[in-house]
Design a protein around this ligand. Structure first.
Ligand SMILES: Cc1cc2nc3c(=O)[nH]c(=O)nc-3n(C[C@H](O)[C@H](O)[C@H](O)COP(=O)(O)OP(=O)(O)OC[C@H]3O[C@@H](n4cnc5c(N)ncnc54)[C@H](O)[C@@H]3O)c2cc1C
Length: 337
């Protein structure tokens, strides 16, 4: 246990904040022991994976529990598919590389997303046309109310775009212990129509791509577009892409005929938040020690020494500006703590 510990190295935004107590746990039993320790009674508690989707807005007055649960286990395998049970503290990208090396298809488009396996279902991580819900069979969690373990099948996880039951009904009530994924060994259909995947494959003269080629293409695109948190603090996309009513989009298109828009199965239309931010004049703009990134307007960065208040102020100024120009209110994807 550490007291008054700096959180600088435990989250990717690199904001200088501390926590009253910090514990790292390697097993569910350790987690239970720490969580129920009487020393921490009545204190707020926060479960942290890689800290790549959080913005600490103040020093944390309670206990931060850092999840280090490890293990990747093959539950079942035949010539067509494999079922994997993965502990929640595993690094997501390590899992992707492990699957790619074994020729197991399904999560190659999700290469290089920072953070842990346990946080992946929280916001149904997604990138390059794939979301984790497409391969996730179930989530095992420890209830923080009755301290029993439960298994939620995919359909019960209420997955949506960057959404799940863990951000709503089960918010602060569950510690995700492990997930079960079903990946394909045979007949896997590669998804290449999103972003620049096809262009990168063509440029590298890959004519008959496999799982590994897709993973490598995604990695190189991400490295060229997104700031590396080790060099420039950030939490990836700060805002969600808004989904708006077709009438709103129709009327906006009359004024902004080039506005990109993507119809969703729900009937709503997704408009890229990055485009809205760029059109509002914020792309690449720096305010004090924070700003919107020059190559990806959706990512707010810490140029060094940024205070959480600065980042928050910038985020809300952007939200107001986008709303007054387009009538669309952006909502943060990052979890404010
Ligand atoms: C450069 C960069 C690029 C990114 N790109 C993408 C992207 O393409 N797509 C995407 O979807 N996301 C992206 N993200 C966001 C982030 O990587 C994901 O949301 C990731 O899943 C967060 O994992 P984490 O372990 O860091 O979670 P943390 O930031 O540690 O936690 C996030 C939330 O989940 C809770 N939590 C964490 N673990 C558990 C657990 N075991 N049980 C219960 N609650 C838990 C925390 O309390 C917190 O509320 C990006 C982030 C960065 C920095």
């Amino acid at each position: 246990m550490r007291e008054n510990a700096s959180l600088h190295d435990y989250h990717t935004f690199g904001i200088e904040v501390s926590t009253r107590f910090l514990e790292e746990v390697h097993t569910t039993d350790e987690f239970l022991k720490v969580y129920r320790d009487s020393r921490y009674d009545d204190l707020p508690k926060l479960i942290l994976g890689g800290g790549s989707n959080v913005l600490f807005t103040h020093d944390f007055p309670g206990l931060v529990i850092v999840n280090r649960l490890e293990g990747i286990q093959v539950l079942e395998e035949d010539e067509r598919a494999v079922r994997l049970k993965v502990a929640s503290g595993e690094i997501w990208h390590h899992l992707v590389l492990h699957c790619v090396e074994n020729g197991w298809g399904g999560i190659e488009n999700l290469s290089l997303i920072p953070g842990t396996v346990g946080a992946a279902p929280m916001q149904n991580i997604g990138a390059y046309g794939v979301e984790i819900k497409e391969v996730l069979e179930s989530v095992e969690y420890l209830s923080l109310e009755d301290f029993r373990t439960y298994t939620l099948r995919n359909e019960a996880c209420e997955f949506g775009y960057r959404e799940s039951i863990f951000k709503h009904t089960l918010k602060d009530k569950a510690f995700i212990i492990s997930i079960i994924l079903r990946l394909e060994k045979k007949g896997h259909v590669l998804k290449m129509n999103y972003g620049d995947i096809r262009e990168v494959l063509e440029k590298n003269q890959v004519n008959d791509p496999g799982i590994k080629d897709i993973s490598q293409a995604v990695i190189s695109i991400r490295q060229s577009k997104l700031p590396d948190p080790k060099e420039l603090g950030n939490a990836g996309s700060f805002f969600k892409n808004p989904e708006v009513e077709p009438e709103v989009v129709e009327s906006l298109l009359r004024k902004y005929p080039l506005m990109p828009n993507y119809p969703m199965p729900s009937g709503k239309i997704k408009v890229p938040a990055g485009w809205l931010i760029e059109q509002s004049g914020w792309k690449g703009k720096r305010v004090g020690n924070t700003g919107s990134h020059a190559r990806q307007a959706l990512v707010l960065v810490n140029y060094g020494g940024a205070k959480a208040e600065e980042v928050k102020d910038l985020a809300y100024t952007i939200i107001e500006d986008v709303e007054s120009k387009f009538g669309i209110r952006l909502s943060p994807e990052v979890n404010f703590i």
